[in-house]
Design a protein around this ligand. Structure first.
Ligand code: G3P
Length: 229
């Protein structure tokens, strides 16, 4: 399964609205919008729900995190192999709510690559994005932590975080795609993100906690189409 850009990645976090069977329902909604609009939409459910979601849908499924430990005597860790065997195609790493040391990020990217998982590594600002780009993940997702979950969109409140990240990442490694996230709740926030050079968005509460997630995702996908033509 290939990712195409613009890419919308919906992080379910551990919101109760997206745990267990509700994760499947939301993933199926994302699948429906993706197939109707042609925009690539991926989902990142809680790790306990990965298999449940991959068994019921055929959209790109990401873990929210992996650990660097290989399979073996390591209790309570999540190895890349288990995520791959659960049917996921990628993983988020270094989310602001689960930050990692840079050497651990490097190990995790390499472990993911070894088993064939795509990596979307989060950063909090352009300088950290630049450092992460040097580790050659597939994507860097820049998210100012203070805007996460606020409904104040990064693309309007801090547009230079996006443009500076695109510039810094491209200078280091032009193969790394740049996503952005934090506070994105409307189509116009997504369109602005794409216009600023982002190749997609990493979103959570605007979709997961919406009254009508299908309508929100459709608005996001249509904004992607409009902004990228
Ligand atoms: O991983 C995406 C996330 O941190 C952004 O959260 O709720 O502001 O879309 P939210």
């Amino acid at each position: 399964m290939k990712i195409s850009y613009p890419f919308i990645l919906v992080n379910f976090k551990i919101y109760k609205e997206a745990l267990g069977e509700r994760a499947v329902t939301l993933a199926k909604t994302a699948e429906k919008v993706s197939s109707e609009t042609g925009v690539c939409i991926g989902v990142a459910p809680c790790s306990a729900d990965l298999l449940r979601v991959t068994s019921s849908t055929s959209i790109p499924v990401f873990a929210q995190h992996i650990d660097p430990q290989p399979p073996g005597a390591h209790t309570g860790h999540l190895p890349a192999e288990a995520v791959k065997l659960a049917g996921a195609i990628g993983t988020i790493l270094n989310h602001s709510e689960n930050r990692l040391r840079v050497d651990i990020i490097d190990d995790c990217i390499n472990r993911a690559r070894d088993v064939g998982l795509v990596t979307c590594v989060c950063s909090n600002n352009p300088s950290v994005s630049k450092a992460i780009a040097a580790l050659s993940p597939d994507m860097v997702a820049v998210e100012p932590p203070e805007l996460i979950g606020t409904g104040i969109p990064v693309s309007k409140a801090k547009p230079t975080v996006i443009t500076d990240t695109v510039e810094a990442v491209t200078a280091v490694n032009s193969k790394v795609a740049v996503l952005c996230g934090a506070g994105i709740t409307r189509g116009e926030d997504v369109a602005r993100a794409i216009e600023l050079g982002s190749q997609g968005v990493l979103v959570a509460s605007g979709v997961v906690k919406a009254k009508d997630p299908e309508a929100v995702l459709r608005e996001f996908a249509e904004a992607c189409l409009k902004a990228s033509t």
